[in-house]
Ligand binder design. Sequence first.
Ligand code: BG6
Length: 478
Amino acid sequence: MAVKFPEGFLWGGATAANQLEGAYQEGGKGLNLADVLPGGKENRLKLLASTGFDFEIDKSKYTYPNHEGIDFYHRYKEDIALFAEMGFKTFRLSIAWSRIFPNGDELEPNEEGLAFYDRVFDELAKYNIEPLVTIAHYETPLHLIKEYGGWRNRKLVEFFERYVTVLFNRYKDKVKYWLTFNEINGATHMPILGLGFSPESEETRLQDSFQGLHHQFVASAKAVQLGHEIIPGSQIGCMLIYAPVYSFDSNPENVLYAQEEARIFNNFCGDIQVRGEYPSFSERYFRENNINIEMENGDLQLIKGGTVDFISFSYYMSRTDKKNKTPEEIGQGNLIGGVKNPFLDASDWGWEIDPVGLRIALNELYGRYQVPLFVVENGLGAYDKVEEDGSINDDYRIEYLREHIRAMGEAVDDGVELMGYTSWGCIDLVSASSGEMSKRYGFIYVDKQDDGTGSFERSRKKSFYWYKNVIATNGEEL
Ligand code: BG6
């Protein structure tokens, strides 16, 4: 039976400024976090998991693929025309904070940066493509990282407030849908990305991460309040990385363990951003992990008054876990931990493929919060081969997306209120966790290779035509 999606369902694709724009020093842009992250799986993953990173660029040792990205900064018109050809209803992009405030702590914004996004939004409007804007997507200005220590420092709340106020006032007639912090709950795993600091040691990681998160909750709540005031009718969402946690077996100890892990990873941030309160389970978790959060008077009221309108999330994988892992089992799970699931295949990067998990995720989230949901990232990172005639036959990607979209349709039929779907990296871009171009997600191929060579030329993959038909039939033909 064909699955059905609601009328007006927002089909589209998702990206982030640092992974596609390039032009890292043009238009008055200041350096940001992504500009100091090296290319290559080994280098980047090691660094993201490490402690004590100095946030310096060292071109004698590393390459920096985000500096050029896929040159969207100069080619956005061509790219948006291709999105329109696929029939996109929405396009998710982020604004690079350091294009607007190059250092992050200035009083006045950079006009050239603001004008760039005006041009992008105007181009989208030509095709009736609704922008979905992430305000912070792993792009903390470098100056805020080096001088202030990233989100551990309360000062960032004030700088963020200035930044979002400028965005809302400037784009109030152009952007209705906003997301505050990308994958906010990923912070404790990789604080460098979301919180812009590298832990001094494993002992300080949790304390500093939860303090940084608290600052982001306050900042996000302020953004929601400001957004509603400045742009009546705007819809502002949180953004989670969501991975249902399965118990490895029916041993109650393992079931309990999986539940505890899910609470802190999947539910903690959502509970605060959607319900406006620290969840009751956090007290015990903080006590047992020696976490003490410094709050200011009024923080909790602010959080309560700035709850989000909807939940957006990325879904790539589920996680299977057990309490006592053998040394061999540790590291065998997904990027976010756990153990190997014997029922699932994995991508070439070891990310387990689990479409049913997306239906589970949607039902868990809707059951818990009863607010509209938006899947704003999902997709298969894969090696693509360009045939001699220039075609790219990415049937594996079509298969992956088909199964995930079908699972979403089932969840809609289960009663979940779903606003839309933006698959990740609708055009090939630099991978966030591995700094590679060869980990491709796109419907559109970009001739840019890991060694920095390539013409940046764009071409349509087989999945391009497939997704175009999915959108045209509102998901009826998969
Ligand atoms: C999400 C991020 O975690 O996953 C994106 O929000 C990222 O920025 C995407 O690109 C896919 O991950 P990766 O590491 O394959 O690029």
